[in-house]
Design a protein around this ligand. Sequence first.
Ligand code: DGJ
Length: 721
Amino acid sequence: MWAPAWSTVDVIPPRVLACPCDILLRMPAPEDPVVLGAADTSLVLDVSGPGLPRIRHFGADPGAAGPALRDGPDPLSLLPTQADRWYGRPAVAGHRESGACPLRLRLDGPATVDARPGAGGRVEAVAADAQAGIRLASELRLEPSGVLRMRHTLTNTGQDRYTVHALTCLVPLAAQAREVLDFTGHWAKEKVPQRAPLRFGVWSRENRRGRTGHDATGLLLAGTPGFGFRHGEVWGVHVGWSGDHLHYIELMPEGRAVLGGGELLSPGEITLGAGQSYQTPWVYFAVSGTGLDGLRGRLHRYVRAHSDRSRTTRPVTLNNWEATYFDHGLPRLRTLADRAARVGVERFVLDDGWFRGRRDDRAGLGDWYVDEKVWPQGLHPLVDHVRSLGMQFGLWFEPEMVNPDSDLAREHPDWILAYPGRWPLEERNQQTLDVAHPGAYAYLLDRIDSLVREYRLDYLKWDHNRDIAEPVHDGVAGVHAQTLATYRLLDELRARHPHLEIESCSSGGARIDYGILARTDRVWTSDCNDALERQAIQRWTGLLVPPELMGGHVGSPVDHSTGRALALAFRCATAMFVHMGIEWDLTAASEPELDELARWIGLHKRLRPLLHHGDTVHADHPDPAAWVHGVVASGAGHAVYAYVQLDTSPTAARPPLRLPGLRADLGYAVSVSGTPGDVPLPAWARPGEARTLPGRYLAEVGLPAPALRPGSALIVEVRSA
Ligand code: DGJ
């Protein structure tokens, strides 16, 4: 299979050819590039050496033409450097104690290729620069979903210390991808989209908050100008890491562009002694020829293939936070649990406020013992009551945080993540615990493990309520060590308690990434329960996270974060499309409200197999004040859609509802499962008027749309007749 790769030798200066590793140039090279293909995505790699593998193509499946891509323009290596005539942002950079060492990595043996026709495969390549004392192992996996994931491991093979400045993963960005979509946000307003034409230079989204961040883009996307949910070519990158990170695109005047990302390292954060290694997080790439829905579908399939929870029934949850806050009186919580069970809740979660000294957010954080003053018999009376009602029980923790006013901080001030003698500014009255400190780690593991055992906890809500400032661990910048220590803690708890589910919360949605999702079971999408805001937050968070792993709660009639009053039907129609829950003081709800809530929960449960396993779809609906989104079952025999009125439409007559994702050749019975209240509905949407229409008609012509009021939604179900 391998033949001499002399065609590439001319770019190697004689000095490098003299290096012992260049003997490897005589290794046989593949006749053709390696082609991995899955789900209409193709990765074409030149692994003939002598340098790192070079990506000739990452995009739509070129069919049998794959090998012909050998003749395309000079491709970029996995980590282009100036030695490759790449004068852009270096994907790999560092220096030795003894001085500068620009890298010229050369393959150290043939790449390992495991191609599985139609199901992707993997390529692993090891390269070295003996003179620089660096060895680099690259792993690329094209998943059956068409998602490409990549990571590198850099090892210091020299004698003195090597400091890593950057090590990122990237793919070439096609010339037609010239419009960028990414996301920003803040507390209670995550994933706000922004679009712009791609310009020359670097567009870099960098997070230095010590956690993923409310403003994290999650996905950085570039596509053909005007790409939408159902049309256009789109490329996207996601960094699966919960600490500092970056996503970037660089367009060079030479005409090349790259899309990449990785961990964002602080100066000196990673210094490798002889023989030590640094491994990047996995970085995920996806491409779609059918707009954002195509890309979303691949990412959901990837996550579903790797998450056990995606395949199980997601219990309807009640969280007491916005119902009672820090008021943990047993009678009130028991009544809340009674009401929860009455409306069909399956899991009860006790939020912040149950542990020693925690009567508000100023004290107690870190003292993970049930407060004897509030709970003289421990949590048992509540836990037993919840279980007797047939519900699971979950408990809130914020393991990485500590109030200075806590026994923990008083006894172990050295466990605070800080520059010695100088504590960072407080946020929410709290400091960060140095989880990588062995004492702090052992304490957290012991406390959480004991409580999980004592109460047979089904669920942890794992919170993280501040950006991390000035973190120093063992004299170096501390986010890397902190992130790995937290991952280790989660992994250890999961290994000890395989049944335990864990929710990743960080003042709402500030820790949503595939690094944390690899070890947790759902994300808390936002602290904003306002259904209007939630429509947008779920729509965009849902690019990365499938609906069954995104928490969405029916909030109070008047929302606690926005003060907006929204109808119960709309609050339910919004929460029912994700992992549905309630965060409302049901002890103050009226009987008709409880009945209505129970009906919506019943609808969610009936549709749950579809909602949580089907393909999420979005119409490119022409009305700027309304959205159409839905979920279509595999095979397209069943689907449910929401027609959501966000604002007042600019036209009195509304554009028809064109339903995406159906099969053109099937006939569908159309019915309305949830109504928006007292507005006139077109004939097809009235009770008893269900009709059967061809899939092609529903997709191309569409149903006449009712004139809904802002803040309302119509739920439409279709089933192949
Ligand atoms: C922030 C979370 O996002 C909320 O849901 C709640 O758990 C509070 N923290 C509790 O302090």
